[in-house]
Structure formats: C-alpha cells, structure tokens
Design a protein around this ligand. Structure first.
Ligand code: ADP
Length: 197
C-alpha cells in the first residue's frame, strides 16, 4: 500500500501515519523527520536545511526529492509506505510520479486531511505544551511567528497539490477536525476497497 497524506502543519498527518504503519505493516516516510535527523547529525543536507527550516520555509525540491528517491528504494519500504510531508510542491509531486513510474509502482490513494486554520494554531500550541510537560525538546519551528510562515508556505505551495491529484482522479478527503479515532475510521473506510484488490 502506497499513500500520500496531505494537510497543513498540525492536521494530524503524523498521528494517522503512525496508525497506518501499525495496521498495514508499511513505513512512514516523513521528510520533516528525515530533515530534522539530518540537521541533528550535521550532515551536508542538514547544514543546508537548518536555517531554512528554522525560518518556516521549504527546503529546495532537489534536496527532498533526492532523500525520498533513496528512501523508497530501501528494503523496508517494499511493502509500502505512507508519505507524510512529501510532496509539498507541484514539482515534488511530478518528481514523485517519475520516481514511481521508473520503479513500476503506483499510489493507492492521496488523502487530504481537511482542517480549519484557526484550530491548527491551537493544536500546535497544545503539542508544544504537551512536549514541554514531558520534558521533550520543542521543535524550533513550532514558535508562533514561524508557524505563521509554515502555514503561508502551505497555502501557497502545498495546497495546489489537492488540485493536482484531483485532476488525476486520485484525491480523497477526510474531515481532519473530527476526533482522532474518527479520522482513523474514515481513512480505514477509504483504504478498505483498495487493499482488498
Ligand atoms: P509540519 O508540521 O509543518 O507538517 P514537517 O515536520 O513535515 O512539518 O516539516 C518541517 C519543515 O521541514 C518544513 O517547514 C520544511 O522546512 C521542511 N520540509 C519537510 N518536508 C519538506 C518538503 N517535502 N519540501 C520542502 N521542505 C520540507
């Protein structure tokens, strides 16, 4: 099973991806997590990405496309994957189409988590408060002033992907404002018919 979850920061992509991983034995490929790991490890990619991420902007397409190209070829991704945070621009989506076609792979679904922006800011504030309470390090780009930039980047560069996949007849939407379990149930409902094939 190969899926894309689309949605703005705080839409719940990470939470739902983790559930899909547990249920379907696929891997979660989060470019945000991979980039944060590269930053922490101080790799050349990390050095390039650090200041861009801290400013809430998007890392160049060629950088993330190279990361994903490498990752989807690894053995643990053979059973499938859920892409979380990638693609984030139309050129990234086009590059992904090409990568999959070269490998003879197809996407099963592109699912958009639809959410209200006002609520997103609240959700991320809650995430920050919970992480702080657990003594975990808070993401530097979860600061309110950076978050606004991330939402702007989403609106300008990532939201057009819904139209891109809709034009291909691949887009499905779920209400990301519903309680977490209800969102999971909605995803299950979408995925059942295709996984039975
Ligand atoms: P979010 O919670 O905003 O969805 P992520 O963890 O997915 O955050 O990403 C954090 C940051 O990493 C982004 O703001 C961006 O700078 C960078 N990033 C992640 N994925 C991509 C991508 N596909 N293209 C460009 N930049 C990316």
């Amino acid at each position: 099973m190969r899926l894309i979850l689309l949605g703005p920061p705080g839409a719940g992509k990470g939470t739902q991806s983790q559930r899909l991983v547990d249920k379907h034995g696929i891997v979660q490929l989060s470019t945000g997590d991979m980039l944060r790991a590269a930053v922490a490890a101080g790799t050349p990619v990390g050095l390039k990405a650090k200041s861009i991420m801290e400013a809430g902007q998007l890392v160049p397409d060629d950088v993330v496309v190279a990361i994903i190209a490498d990752r989807i070829g690894q053995p643990d991704a053979r059973k499938g994957f859920v892409l979380d945070g990638f693609p984030r621009t139309v050129p990234q989506a086009e590059a992904l189409d090409k990568l999959l076609a070269e490998r003879g792979l197809k996407l099963d679904a592109v699912i958009e988590l639809k959410v209200d922006e006002g609520i997103l800011i609240k959700r991320i504030e809650t995430r920050v408060a919970e992480m702080t309470a657990r003594g975990e390090k808070v993401r530097s780009d979860d600061k309110p002033e950076v978050l606004k930039g991330r939402l702007d980047a989403y609106r300008a560069q990532t939201a057009p992907l819904a139209g891109y996949y809709d034009a291909k007849g691949m887009l499905r939407s779920v209400d990301g404002m519903a309680p977490v379990d209800q969102v999971t149930a909605a995803l299950d409902g979408i995925l059942k018919p295709s996984s039975a094939v």
